[in-house]
Design a protein around this ligand. Structure first.
Ligand code: 2P0
Length: 320
């Protein structure tokens, strides 16, 4: 009987964004981020020892190029120099499309391999290891709200998933396909070519500090504008990169404008976007259903998902 190390994690959606690296080699962020781990959306990953590394995502064999440096780093960190891994991971939501599948995917993978190595998958260790796969993967090791500070090697828990029971995220799925330029390539391009990159980095700390305070007070009126400021400033570095990074689609802009009107009508609905066309809207639970109806009427043909703050990483052994 083979024992499979099994781990599950939800995606980490940033209210305040990480875009750009303090160190590419060490994969530490130039800007601190504040994020929520989502419920209901899950990366589920099983790992076992094998003769050669092999990774599938949703049943598709993966090119190991993206994973090899991560696997090598983990082997070194976990004292498994000669080991090779068979990994099967599934996402119950669109992959590589700007729904933060790399955050949940690498958090689950780091958790499964830590368990497989016979180590206690305690959050600080797994957060630090997950960073070697993806910066945003440091965060969903913890449930609820998390912070990954600039220059740090691991995220920290800010508030658990029960801190703000009325907090919801409506995800408007504009396109389901994988994005053309990965976050990793995109953020390096912004760092090297955007004339606004330095200002993006230097103005981020005050936005993060303000958002942490507003979140602690559960104050939509203070938090909402900072959420918008963070993603729009991030996109300013993307649009001004060379060549430019334009992740938006017409429906993305239509949703942004619809939300502007809906706020004027009294909704507390504050959008963000990541390296993709999807629009994610933070709002109170009692407005979520009506908000989806309004957005569906104004921008047709989209799929909507609703999530709440969810739990952090879970790990266990499966018998096979
Ligand atoms: C974030 N994003 O804070 C930001 C906002 C996308 C836009 O973290 O190079 O996949 O693997 O560390 O974590 C996506 O970037 O990048 C991301 P790497 P990652 O959620």
């Amino acid at each position: 009987m083979r024992r499979l190390a099994h781990a599950e994690a939800g995606p980490s959606l940033a209210l305040i964004k990480y875009w750009g690296k303090a160190s590419a080699e060490n994969n530490t962020p130039a800007t601190g981020s504040l994020a929520v781990t989502l419920s209901g959306l899950t990366s589920s990953t099983r790992a076992s020892f094998a003769d050669a590394d092999r990774i599938t995502v949703n049943g598709q064999i993966q090119n190991l190029e993206r994973f090899a440096p991560f696997l090598d780093s983990l082997r070194a960190e976990l004292g498994l120099a000669g080991a090779r891994f068979a990994v099967d991971s599934t996402n119950n939501f669109p992959t590589a499309a700007g729904l933060a599948s790399s955050s949940s995917g690498f958090a689950a993978l780091a958790g499964a391999l830590t368990l497989l190595a016979g180590r206690e998958p305690e959050p600080r260790l797994v957060s630090r290891l997950a960073r070697l796969g993806s910066g945003s993967a440091t965060r969903p090791v913890y449930g609820g709200f998390t912070v990954f500070e600039a220059g740090q090697e691991e995220a920290v828990a800010e508030h658990d998933e029960n801190f703000w029971p009325e907090f919801r995220v409506v995800l408007a799925v504009v396109r389901e396909g994988a994005k053309a330029v990965s976050s990793r390539v995109g953020m390096e391009r912004s760092r090297l070519t955007s004339p606004y990159y330095d200002q993006w980095v230097s103005t981020s700390p005050s936005v993060l500090t303000g958002a942490r305070k507003a979140l602690a007070e559960r104050d939509w009126n203070a938090l909402g504008p900072l959420i918008r400021q963070s993603y729009l400033r991030m996109f300013s570095t993307m649009f001004s990169s060379n060549p430019p990074l334009i992740y938006w689609q017409p429906e993305s802009m239509a949703l942004i404008q619809a939300l502007e009107s809906l706020r004027a009508e009294g909704y507390q609905a504050w959008e963000t976007m990541d390296a993709g066309p999807q629009v994610k809207v933070f709002c109170p639970a009692d407005q979520a259903e009506a908000l989806v109806k309004e957005l569906d009427q104004r921008v047709s043909g989209l799929r909507f998902l609703t999530a709440a703050p969810g739990p952090g990483l879970r790990t266990w052994w499966d018998q096979n």
